[in-house]
Design a protein around this ligand. Sequence first.
Ligand code: URA
Length: 271
Amino acid sequence: MTLMLDERQRAMLAEMGVKVWLPRAPGATKSVAIEVDRASAEAQAPVARAAPAPARPPAAAPAAAALGPRPEGVESMDWPALEAAVAGCRACGLCATRTQTVFGAGSRAADWMVVGEAPGDNEDRQGQPFVGQAGKLLDNMLAAIGLSRQASAGSAQGVEKQGVYIANVLKCRPPGNRNPQPDEVAQCEPYLRRQVALVQPRIILAMGRFAVQSLLQTTEPIGRLRGRVHQYQGVPVIVTYHPAYLLRALSEKAKAWQDLCLAMKVAHGPA
Ligand code: URA
């Protein structure tokens, strides 16, 4: 697959640690064509959540959660109703420990949708998905393929970017960054389903084990699911590693780049 990248995108790839063969296109000045080796072996690497952040001072024990049913009719809600339903959700125990819900961010008319796992400490405090270190890497990965969570954002170089919508499987932070529990995923699943239905993306990038398990209803490891096109509600899904994992497993970044290239090809056709 051949891809035209400008200087800024190449710098972002360098920051991602992705080394690709860069033949200079005949007569090219700023852009070069890169050949992405998509034939290399797939990883079987296990995916784990980032190590918990240094402990915060112990908070007072939360009052017993007053749980309540998820609001009815999620499957037909519009954006404002859905956002309000999530903000007020008390369907699982995470409502007792969250600072706030983290609904999603980006363009609601985007061709691309990224699905992550769950808010962490930073996201819980800011109410936005992927705002910590993993989020910075995610933004760089997206920028490398011309996408931004700021819809139609222009870069310093005046390069127009396409919007992307970013959401998580869970809308509330699991305390101590523990793994999501099956009942929490089950309670939150209709919200994500409705977000996908409202955005109607051309492609979903499922990042990490819990996004993959939730969307594809499988327990197969990511290494065996990469490199193929899956489906969720009729939308093509590409499986890739979670940015938090890539921060620790630098050698896997090249595979994530391959996954992005595959997603580009599926979403927009061969370059
Ligand atoms: N990890 C995720 O999966 N989602 C976030 O929003 C932040 C970190």
